[in-house]
Design a protein around this ligand. Structure first.
Ligand SMILES: [Ca+2]
Ligand SMILES: [Ca+2]
Length: 390
């Protein structure tokens, strides 16, 4: 009985997710302490003239391995709504309508030929109303697919800063799950965020600001408004444990909020709902290697391996989709050029959303990252060149 087996396994998965969610949500810290704000790398992140150029293959002046260590340290943690994966709901609605019936004639009734009169009466009608939200699961087990770019911020002196630009990829924006009014949905859902880190020596780095949440802008890492997980393993246990900031992703839409309450208080006309669903720590190593996309001008990748930089999104769940190019197979009427498409690698699955309702023009993945050349920090000589010169 496949149907029963599927149902049973669905229940088991839901039970496991619920248990995981409970255990994860109970482990949280209110604010970062000083130790948790800092991370010490084995050496400076900046390459110097003595270093092997292969340490920095996207040519932004930062050692690529250290870019990944810093991204991994405070990687985001997602909390979804309990209705994130619920399918289209149909419900019964009772309403009173007026109708005419034939009945024995009374004083005020309209006489019609024959033995009966036509009579106006009220009648309760029960109708089945279905929301227009897409009839599909909006969240796959491995979503969001989290990819990122790490690069310097232009600064001459110390402290210096760097930026981690995040992109969170979903196959589907499933519409406002709880709304009967705002029901727009579309394929190819991209969300984003940003961290700023600072350092006084290039070796010890502090998470300084986070820009992840709607209506918040840049939030200081020390802010008590941020909910953090308890410290957890980073860089396969080879770096110190660090907490992760929580992102409350609204049901279906994946709008990002700093708390479940901020989501419920959202002032827009559409109703966002958050919290109580699956919880997932960002996975930065979807294929075993890091999901670092490098730089637009420089992102070498061995064909088929997606290493050292992620360029082909097929192995991470988006067939036909590339990080730095739009594929041109967009079906969104509002997109006038291929460059405006983010197809989500959906191919024929686009028909599931036909016709796209209001068609929020999908954002191509590359538009979530910086495209200009990275501002390289001043190059230092390094020990080998220093000895040669002096
Ligand atoms: Ca680099
Ligand atoms: Ca980089």
């Amino acid at each position: 009985m496949p149907a029963l087996a599927d149902h049973q396994s669905h229940i088991n998965v839901k039970t496991i997710v619920a248990v995981l969610a409970l255990s994860a949500s109970s482990l949280s810290v209110a604010a970062l302490n000083e130790e948790q704000r800092w991370l010490e790398l084995p050496a400076s992140i900046y390459v110097n003239l003595s270093d092997d150029p292969l340490l920095d293959r996207d040519a932004d002046g930062l050692k690529d391995d250290y870019e990944n260590r810093l991204a991994d340290a405070w990687r985001p943690y997602f909390v979804f709504d309990q209705n994130e994966n619920s399918r289209q709901h149909c419900s019964t609605v009772s309403k009173i309508v007026e109708t005419t019936v034939s009945a024995p004639c009374g004083v005020v009734d309209t006489f019609i030929p024959g033995d009966f009169c036509e009579k106006l009466v009220e009648k309760t009608v029960v109708e089945t109303v279905c929301k227009n939200n897409v009839d599909d699961d909006s969240l796959r087990a491995f979503e969001p697919v989290v990819i990122y770019q790490v690069r310097p911020i232009a600064e001459e002196g110390w402290p210096r800063r760097l930026k981690i630009q995040w992109a969170f990829l979903y196959r589907l924006d499933g519409g406002y799950r709880e709304s009967n009014v705002c029901t727009n949905y579309h394929y190819g859902d991209t969300q984003s965020g940003q961290y700023e880190l600072l350092s006084y020596d290039g070796i010890r780095w502090s998470i300084d600001k986070l820009d992840l949440w709607a209506h918040k802008g840049k939030v200081a890492a020390t802010s008590g408004a941020i909910e953090w997980t308890s410290p957890r393993s980073t860089y396969w246990g080879k770096m110190p444990d660090r907490p992760s900031p929580k992102i409350y992703a609204s049901a279906g839409k994946h709008h990002q909020y700093i708390s479940a309450q901020a989501c419920e208080d959202e002032p827009g006309a559409c109703d966002d709902d958050c919290g109580g669903g699956a919880e997932r720590l960002a996975n930065l190593v979807s294929q075993g290697g890091f999901n670092n996309v490098g730089e637009f001008q420089m992102h070498p990748s061995y064909q088929g391996s997606n290493q050292p930089f992620l360029t082909n999104l097929k192995p991470v769940g988006f067939p036909g989709e590339l990080v730095w190019d739009a594929t041109g197979s967009c079906h969104c009427p509002l997109a006038t050029t291929a460059a405006e498409c983010f197809t989500g690698g959906l191919g024929s699955s686009w028909t599931a959303s036909a016709p796209p309702q209001s068609c929020d023009t999908p954002t191509p993945v590359y538009k979530l990252f910086d495209l200009q050349s990275a501002p390289r920090p001043p190059m230092e000589l390094g020990p080998l060149f220093t000895i040669l010169l002096f």
